[in-house]
Design a protein around this ligand. Structure first.
Ligand code: SAM
Length: 254
């Protein structure tokens, strides 16, 4: 499923369709950074995509280095374009065989990628290899039992396919425990992604997430039409920000 991001079209629309207001990105970055456990951490993001978290962590966490790994070269091309930073290095590679040495990083981020990784035990062992003793993995996802994105209101079929794609909380925690990780905490955190439904509709027109690949053109247009109608009904003077909530699992090595 990760291979869908080799599609130049999806890579090209991903940044515009998934970026968030800078205040939201700031809050997310400080939350993730709070789990680093030491000043100037060495940071790796696996499945870095177009690099929005890599650049934000470089700007805000005073890291010694940030490496962004992704299996998709088109996504990394977009990362260089939108989120290049002197402290960030983008590298092609996979979560299952991370192309770095061992014992290098204090903090690893996996944001919206765990559902693309069927062999989680292997990935967890790779993270245990590349992290230093005491290092931490932060998994930002939506656990299967808590799928609550707004897209499901407009494309209910996506909920069914995501129930097959996304792992549960216990599956993730057990797989990481098998590689030596201990659960520090699991929290829920939400921040606005758009100022209102009009902006949300505008970004959805580009089908900016891999999940839309499972819809026919007619199914996509039907949901988009209902979203457009709701967006047109929304007050222009008092739009309601659209928030996205994620589960955040924080797992550390001894
Ligand atoms: C939904 S995007 C998330 C991008 C970014 N982390 C974010 O939160 O916006 C998922 C990314 O994971 C990458 N990916 C999928 N499978 C992968 C794998 N096995 N190893 C490394 N990256 C992978 C995809 O190429 C894609 O860029």
């Amino acid at each position: 499923m990760g291979r869908v991001y080799d599609d130049e079209r999806l890579a090209g629309v991903y940044q515009g369709g998934n970026e968030m207001p800078d205040a939201s990105l700031r809050d997310w970055t400080h939350l993730i950074g709070s789990f680093a456990g030491r000043p100037s951490p060495a940071v790796v993001e696996i499945g870095a995509g177009t690099g929005m978290f890599c650049a934000s962590m470089a700007r805000r966490l005073n890291p010694s280095r940030v490496i962004g790994i992704d299996a998709s070269v088109p996504m990394l091309t977009q990362a260089e374009r939108h989120n290049s930073h002197a402290a960030v290095q983008y590298v092609a590679g996979t979560a299952e065989a991370v192309p770095t040495g061992s014992d290098l990083f204090d903090l690893a981020l996996l944001s919206r990628v765990i559902h693309h990784l069927p062999d989680r035990v292997r990935v967890a062992h790779e993270l245990a290899r590349i992290l230093r003793p005491g290092g931490t993995t932060v998994i930002r996802t939506t656990f299967r039992e808590r799928l609550d994105a707004l897209v499901y209101d407009y494309w209910p079929g996506l909920r069914e396919s995501d129930e097959r794609r996304f792992p549960s909380r216990s599956e993730v925690l057990e797989d990481f425990a098998s590689a030596g990780f201990t659960v520090r905490t699991v929290i829920s955190f939400a921040r606005p992604v758009t100022a209102g439904l009009r902006d949300y509709h505008a970004r959805m027109t580009s089908r900016p997430q891999s999940k839309f690949a499972g819809l026919t053109a007619a199914e996509f247009q039907e949901g988009l039409g209902r979203l457009r109608a709701d967006a047109e009904d929304e007050s222009t003077t008092r739009p309601v920000p659209v928030r996205e909530r994620y589960d955040v699992a924080v797992l550390s090595l001894a």
